[in-house]
Ligand binder design. Structure first.
Ligand SMILES: NC(=O)c1ccc[n+]([C@@H]2O[C@H](COP(=O)([O-])OP(=O)(O)OC[C@H]3O[C@@H](n4cnc5c(N)ncnc54)[C@H](O)[C@@H]3O)[C@@H](O)[C@H]2O)c1
Length: 321
């Protein structure tokens, strides 16, 4: 893929998805700055890149506009992946708003002022709230039912506003249930990595509800491709895309598949009460991103799981050593 920008800035670069975006850009030879406050990000996620001369790691909070401004000279493309965790939003809604809305605003203003040529803004399926019809396309009403959904919606609306007011070339990608290596596996992490870690450690799994809830799991490297295609496809200017594989898998099936890949027979599963606000069905229309950006998703979910489990086995073995 021809990448027309020489210098990129990735916020949340030390996090799960951001580190994969940084890795791809660095390996393509792009001068790449990772900006992260290490609240959830980890230095180890970028450790393997430290010998590349075109890789730069910066500790900076996106709510600190003056500090952020120091890293903008020469930047041509911004990939804004940083966000407050969903877990923060309930404990500290003002901080959630400051990161997801005000942080995005600072980045957009700085991008405008420094002549950034492309701004890829990351949003979430949480902006839709409860599904009013299936499959959900980008025209689905936006009625977020969480503070996180509201603050992320504010961020994407700012992105669109800068596109309309200043002709900034922005594209919004709404992610859904991304999985893969380096995803947080503590209890606030993603369900794939939590199940994988617990089974590797010989622990029982917990399913909230009866396990029939469906998720649209999306392979992290496809999400990276979506970022690059959004940055390099002229038709993506000002657009919003669902970035979801389109496959749907139940949580029960996921538990069985991870156990099978790890060779765990009859895994112990504890079923607990449904979590408040848990959305039962995700059925996402991804035809816009496939059609306009030409993105092919990995739909062989077992293959993606195998790659994730292989990484986790290696990671936890090294941790124990
Ligand atoms: N993982 C998913 O399934 C999923 C689904 C929907 C949307 N998203 C979105 O994808 C993006 C990446 O999520 P992720 O899963 O990699 O999460 P993550 O927590 O691993 O990464 C987010 C990163 O942002 C950093 N960060 C948080 N606040 C910051 C601040 N104030 N200043 C600088 N850095 C800050 C964190 O330290 C972390 O490294 C987020 O925008 C998230 O809303 C993810």
């Amino acid at each position: 893929m021809e990448f027309p920008f020489e210098k990129a800035l990735v916020t949340g670069g030390a996090g799960f998805i951001g580190s994969h975006v940084v890795e791809e850009l660095v390996k393509m030879g792009i001068d790449t700055i990772s900006v992260d406050n290490y609240f959830a990000g980890k230095h180890e996620n970028l450790e393997h890149l430290k010998d590349y001369p075109n890789f730069h790691e910066v500790e900076c909070d996106i709510t600190d506009r003056d500090e952020l401004a120091k890293h903008f000279p020469g930047v041509e493309a911004v990939f804004h992946q940083a966000a407050s965790k969903k877990t923060i939003c309930l404990n500290d809604p003002p901080r959630d708003l400051a990161i997801n809305a005000e942080g995005a605003f600072h980045l957009l203003e700085l991008s405008r002022d420094h002549g950034v040529k492309k701004f890829v803004h990351i949003s979430t399926g949480s902006v839709y709230g409860e599904a009013q019809y299936y499959p959900q396309d980008e025209k689905h009403p936006l009625v977020p039912t969480s503070y996180y959904g509201v603050s992320k919606l504010a961020g994407e609306r700012y992105a669109k506003c800068f596109n309309l007011l200043y002709d900034l070339d922005t594209t919004v990608l709404r992610y859904f249930h991304v999985y893969g290596p380096r995803q947080e596996s503590s209890d606030v992490g993603g369900v794939v990595s939590i199940f994988t870690r617990r089974l590797i450690e010989g622990k029982p799994l917990t399913i909230f509800g009866d396990g029939t809830q469906q998720r649209s799991f999306t392979w992290v490297k496809d999400v990276v491709k979506a970022n690059l295609l959004a940055a390099t496809t002229p038709a993506a200017k000002g657009e919003i895309y669902n970035c979801a594989s389109g496959i749907t898998v139940t949580i029960q099936k996921l538990a069985e598949m991870v156990a099978d890949i790890l060779g765990v027979r009859d895994p112990q599963i504890n079923y607990e009460d449904w979590q408040v606000g848990d959305i039962k069905v995700f059925n996402i229309d991804n035809s816009k991103i496939r059609g306009e950006l030409g993105l092919d998703f990995l739909t062989d979910f077992r293959k993606g799981l195998e790659m994730t489990v292989e990484w986790a086995r290696d990671y936890f073995t090294k941790k124990r050593a």
